[in-house]
Design a protein around this ligand. Structure first.
Ligand code: BMA
Length: 340
């Protein structure tokens, strides 16, 4: 009998590998055939990383950050039967505006993919007179219609909640600057219609722990559980030799996610393997999605590794919630509703 409940669809074909016996830290372990996406995966694309996937029809679908050979990132669509081996479209996703006319961003990176009711939303970072959030919707993965950019520049790392809360769409984001942002907290904003955003609240700040002491940013779409919204996010440490990106975990209040109920003081995954430590940008584990099965409690975490590869890691609902609770340290800034 599981202790906690995941409130989402069963996904019996969630990719999975059993937990190894020798784990010494958090109950999160890597797929032993990582990375699942290597270099030069599609014609004209040098690297795929920081990408989001989800179940679709009898398999899986995903939106992938493809770093083209001219250095400009765009979003590519991929499909898979097992969520491990992926086939990518050779052409980047062509976005249109509400009238159906071509409407491409100048670049697009770090996409998240979230289904709310009957529509799939892609949320990414793009140029809107500086780094800002872009958004599009699709119902068939053939037509991708851009909707209004939710926020003014500068902002990154936006991800929708998979359902409305108190009648409104909810969006996590991380206000930033237009460069390599040496600061950053996670905020949540609400919208009745995905056009007008407001009721902005502070969710959590950069941590007091060293691994997340420079900045943090939302990662995978929060998972609804009986304990609250389970959030995998990234935390950054600014070392004398550059930024180090690790994966952290927190649980947010189910009705008011600006309140952090538990926040794990240790990282859940930090760069240790060659594909995380070595690449275009070394020492990066950057989570953008999970595939999770409400029946078994299995969770597969997809993360970008060293801005070069996609890695896959696993955890289980009961164990990860217990671990986050047992190692939780929350500050008054975390637990307040974040309105000043
Ligand atoms: C962040 C984002 C991510 C990237 C990370 C490490 O600012 O741009 O796309 O993975 O830096 O380079």
């Amino acid at each position: 009998m599981s202790k906690y409940k995941m409130i989402s669809q069963p996904v019996p074909n969630v990719p999975w590998q059993e937990r190894p016996e020798n784990l010494t830290g958090a109950p999160v372990w890597r797929y032993n055939e990582n990375p699942i996406i290597g270099r030069n995966p599609v014609k004209g694309v040098a690297r795929i990383f920081n990408s989001a996937v989800m179940p679709y029809e009898d398999g899986f679908i995903g939106v992938f950050r493809g770093e083209q050979t001219n250095g400009i990132p765009y979003i590519y669509l991929g499909r898979s039967k097992d969520a491990i081996h992926w086939n990518f479209d050779e052409n980047k996703i062509n976005f249109v505006d509400e009238e159906g006319k071509p409407f491409m961003p100048r670049y697009a990176y770090d996409p998240r993919l979230v289904k709310v009711e009957d529509t799939y939303y892609i949320i990414w970072c793009q140029d809107f007179y500086g780094a800002a959030i872009g958004m599009a919707k699709t119902t068939d993965f053939k037509t991708f219609t851009r909707i209004e950019n939710p926020f003014l520049p500068f902002n990154r790392n936006a991800v929708l909640f998979p359902r409305k809360i108190n009648g409104n769409f909810m969006l996590l984001s991380r206000p930033s600057d237009s460069g390599h942002t040496p600061f950053g907290d996670i905020f949540v904003s609400e919208s009745p219609d995905l056009t007008y955003w407001g009721k902005h609240r502070h969710v959590m700040g950069k941590g007091s722990e060293w691994w997340e002491s420079l900045k943090i940013g939302g990662g995978a779409a929060p998972i609804e559980t009986s304990e609250g919204w389970l959030l995998f996010y990234h935390g950054v440490s600014g070392t004398c030799n550059g930024y180090v990106y690790s994966i952290g975990g927190a649980i947010l209040d189910i009705d008011n996610p600006s309140i952090v109920k538990y926040r794990c003081e240790t990282f859940l995954l930090t760069p240790e393997e060659w594909y995380e430590e070595r690449g275009f940008v070394p020492n990066v584990c950057f989570p953008c999605a999970t595939i999770h099965d409400s029946e078994s409690g299995k969770i597969a975490i997809y993360y970008g590794a060293a801005d070069s590869y996609v890695g896959l890691a696993f955890t289980e609902l009961d164990d990860i919630i217990d671990y986050i609770k047992e190692n939780s340290v929350v500050t008054p800034e975390d637990t307040e509703i974040g309105r000043r």
